[in-house]
Design a protein around this ligand. Sequence first.
Ligand code: 5GP
Length: 187
Amino acid sequence: MDVLIQEAEIRQRVAQMARRIEADYRGREPHFVGVLKGAAIFHADLVRELTLPLTIDFLSVSSYGSGTASVGPLTLDKDLEDDIKGKDVVLVEDIVDTGRTASFLFRWLPKRKPASLRLCALLSKPSRREFPASPDYVGFDVPDRFVVGYGLDYNQMYRNLPYIAALRSPNEEPSIAHSEHTATSEP
Ligand code: 5GP
């Protein structure tokens, strides 16, 4: 894999985003809704950077199966726990790719009558957009490559990487050497 965004750059950018959000929501108590699982790490870091009084919640939508390809229709796997009526909701996504997830949630969440609704995404792939979705806050635009790390997975792996990396296609030379240890029964 190729590292695209280093840990220190992410930390710096998340802090910048937090300062902008603080300026925009001064005097209010926004409600930060993270889209699981991909946004969990970004959401946790973002809310800890914010000095505003705030609340959090999570929802989960499935749009991708295993691997890197989009499959099937969108379904809501986990609903919100809190009522968002009258709240200033900030939807926190890991990445806006085709925009399908964001545009689905921006049709569905307004039915719960929030006072306002904005979209905050760590990453955006503008060249891939197929559905109307324009994040109000974006960390980084990334090229049309499959990225992992900092919450984003490939087959549920790599979410714990502290940086963002792009997976190379199988016919490219790997840049990370794999040790040829023999498997043991230990974890
Ligand atoms: P969209 O609905 O905008 O096409 O895609 C949104 C979701 O697809 C993201 O929340 C993320 O879970 C997944 N996704 C899109 N692009 C990537 C990518 O490059 N890497 C990973 N790991 N997930 C992606």
